[in-house]
Write a protein that binds this ligand. Structure first.
Ligand code: IVH
Length: 673
């Protein structure tokens, strides 16, 4: 009886929290007008997650926890749109826009002097999608596809904060149409990450948004900074009616659907042209890319009369910005080495004015792009500048005398070490000593999760490197008292503290030491696996690419990166100096730390939610006890721990006939903890 009432009050609280979190999410992302602090919001999210873990039977379909955690799929299902999703005719000049207006008037039998009322919106440069809500609940989302059939990307769309899981009103059926975009900032960051990982880049935010929505793993989509703006509807239940496009947009807004605020109703086509000029000025300052405006006849009855021709409505047109491109000559190509060792080719141009900005340099991205576009010094090229993105060379207009494609140097222009090809990137592997990489390498080495040298942050590192006191990470341990005192702004006390934390860092576990070295692609997890499989540095150093890649399924790219790191004498020299300075990393002795022989050396994978642990907690317990956490299901796994609502890993584990255990059995395994 008592339990029942506890369950009842938990259910009530889950309901309250779900509504509250959804409401504050709406205030934050859609109205951009939060009424509680981030701290309070996070507190509610955590309380809800805790209750849901204990009472999974009360988790609501519109729970914010349902945004992530969809299963990874092999391929998307198909969705046939109830009403085809049309596309738009394009116009590029005032003349063409005037012709669009004239045609409408002719079709409707209006006189030339009569003015049509238009509703103007932004033309978002992203991916068209449809969201279906039944009884106010988001049930299915799809891409436009060919307009008739699209792909079922429901689990991915759920991860976007501006896609409400539940509407503010309880309407029985509506198909909302809109565009998914990646903001400029998110795009820049994503490409930086891709470059760092040696992967090929997304050409623009539109491709990035499309690639993110068409990801088979929704967890990746959830990290991609996407936003959705609605611009129309397909089919909807007729309990609501509107007279104009503007009313329709306001109705969508009242449902809690994200509608951009740059919307204007104007009288006559000249008003639409004014809106275009106004938005053109505003374009750069918008956080996402647009490629023009959309002009729509506002009156829905007139829209119906106008109908469509060849898959585009007669009542709307896209008035697009002309591309910001100009032609110039490449006078030279500079190769710079970034903080992470990547060589980036930059074209030096005869200065050219593109949309009001003088452009003198344009990125060529990497060797693949240069080869694909066949670019060399002396070529006449088309250069594009869009938004905040660095100008880029689009294509060659005519080849110069040199002909052929420019080749990146075989040695690093910064330190002279041999350059290694790493996916799409050319990379200097002298990670621990190359002057262009050294600051980043030291900051990483000293960071909290690596050697944890408190007080050795970016500012101090800058000064130490610029004053020639440190040339690689080993030099940290050879600094002398007094060295630092000459540095501007560092008092005696801070110097003392810094020396103490440098000293303390010498006592470090082996996995953190390996992670601290900053080997490309070696994060904490892989560092941990390397130590478990190969013991110390010698084991890792002597392994070949095949062993490194196949031992725990990390793939050849990462295997190569580790192998190459240890082939460079300068890296080995730095490691030896670190050891000589007194660093002697320890290995957690698994057999001594746990008498329980069922965990040390055994590999685990988790799927689904556990009741008594978060995923991180459970994984850390296994790691501390000497077990190995794997991320993908494969034949040689020792344990698959399946919690509530397990994902696709579970299905794979069943297929492979692996040893699947539940939470209670897992608890039994780790009992002495
Ligand atoms: S209305 C019936 N409004 O442009 C007309 N489309 O080139 C269909 N788009 O597939 C769309 N912003 O993905 C409309 N404010 C807006 C838009 C917009 C971007 C996209 C949409 C469509 C494409 C056609």
């Amino acid at each position: 009886m008592k339990e029942d009432s506890a369950a009842q009050s938990a259910k009530k609280r889950i309901d309250e929290l779900t509504d509250a979190v959804n409401y504050h999410n709406y205030r934050y992302y859609m109205l951009e007008d939060p009424v509680i602090s981030d701290f309070e919001f996070d507190k509610s999210v955590k309380e809800l997650a805790a209750l849901e873990a204990v009472y999974p039977q009360y988790v609501r379909v519109d729970s914010p926890s349902k945004r992530v955690g969809g299963a990874v799929s092999e391929k998307f299902g198909q969705v046939k749109h109830n009403i085809p999703m049309l596309s738009l005719d394009n116009t590029y000049s005032r003349g063409e826009v005037a012709e669009f207006d004239a045609k409408i008037k002719r079709f409707l039998g209006y006189g030339a002097a009569e003015e049509i009322e238009y509703e103007c919106e932004l033309k978002f440069d992203g991916l068209a999608i449809e969201l279906i809500y039944k009884n106010g609940i988001f049930v299915q989302g799809s891409t436009r596809g060919d307009g008739v059939t699209g792909e079922d990307v429901t689990v991915n769309l759920r991860t976007i904060n501006t896609v409400p899981l539940k509407l503010q009103k309880d309407i029985s059926y509506i198909e909302v149409r809109g565009e998914v975009l990646m903001d400029k900032e998110g795009f820049k960051r994503l490409n930086e990450e891709k470059l760092e990982e040696g992967l090929s880049l997304f050409a623009n935010p539109r491709n990035a948004a499309s690639g993110s929505i068409r990801q088979l793993d929704p967890e990746i989509t959830s990290k991609r900074n996407l936003v959705m703006f609605a611009y129309g509807v397909g089919d909807y239940s007729k309990e609501n009616s509107f007279n104009t496009q503007f009313e329709l947009m306001n109705f969508l807004k009242s449902l809690g659907i994200n509608v951009n605020k740059n919307i204007k109703v104007v009288k006559g086509i000249s008003g639409a042209v004014d809106f275009f000029d106004y938005i053109a000025k505003k374009r750069e300052s918008l956080p996402f890319e647009i490629d023009g405006i959309v002009i729509k006849v506002n009156d829905l009855k007139l829209q119906e009369r106008l109908g469509e021709i060849s898959k585009s409505p007669r009542w709307a047109t896209a008035y697009k910005f002309s591309a910001k491109q100009e032609v110039s000559d490449i006078t030279g190509i500079e190769v710079s080495v970034g903080r992470t060792g990547i060589l980036t080719p930059v074209a030096i141009l005869n200065p050219v004015n593109i949309g009001g900005v003088v452009v003198k340099r344009a990125t060529l991205h990497n060797q693949d792009e240069i080869d694909k576009k066949n670019i060399n010094i002396g070529d006449r090229v088309l250069v594009e500048r869009s938004g905040d993105v660095i100008p880029e060379v689009v294509k060659v207009m005519s080849k110069g005398e040199k002909g052929g494609a420019f080749k990146l140097p075989a040695v690093c222009p910064c330190c002279g070490s041999p350059v290694v090809i790493d996916g799409a990137a050319h990379r200097c592997m002298n990670e621990l000593s190359c002057p262009c990489q050294i600051k980043g390498a030291i900051v990483h080495f000293a960071s909290k999760r690596a050697m944890d040298i408190e007080g050795l942050g970016e500012k101090i590192v800058d000064k130490l490197v610029e004053n020639g006191l440190i040339k690689n990470v080993a030099d940290i341990y050879y600094l002398k008292r007094g060295d630092l005192r000459e540095l501007e702004g560092l008092g005696e006390k801070s110097e003392e503290n810094l020396f103490n934390s440098i000293e303390k860092s010498k006592n470090i576990s082996y996995d953190r030491f390996i992670y601290a070295l900053g080997i490309r692609h070696v994060g904490e997890h892989i560092a941990d696996l390397l130590v478990k499989y190969f013991g110390g540095i010698d084991g890792i150093k002597n392994a070949d690419v095949e062993e490194l890649s196949s031992k725990f399924g990390i793939g050849e790219e990462i295997g190569k990166s580790i192998f190459n790191f240890f082939r460079l004498n300068s890296n080995i020299a730095v490691i030896e100096r670190l050891f000589r300075a007194g660093i002697s990393p320890y290995i957690i002795n698994v057999s001594a730390s746990a008498e329980n022989s069922r965990i040390p050396g055994k590999s685990f994978i988790f799927t689904g939610g556990l009741k008594d642990f978060t995923r991180d907690e459970a994984e850390n317990i296994v790691k501390e006890m000497g077990g190995i956490i794997e991320k993908t299901v494969k034949k040689k796994l020792d344990y698959v721990v399946a919690g509530g609502e397990p994902g696709s890993k579970y299905g794979k584990a069943v297929k492979l006939k692996l040893n699947i255990i539940d939470e209670d059995e897992f608890k039994e395994l780790i009992k002495q903890k």
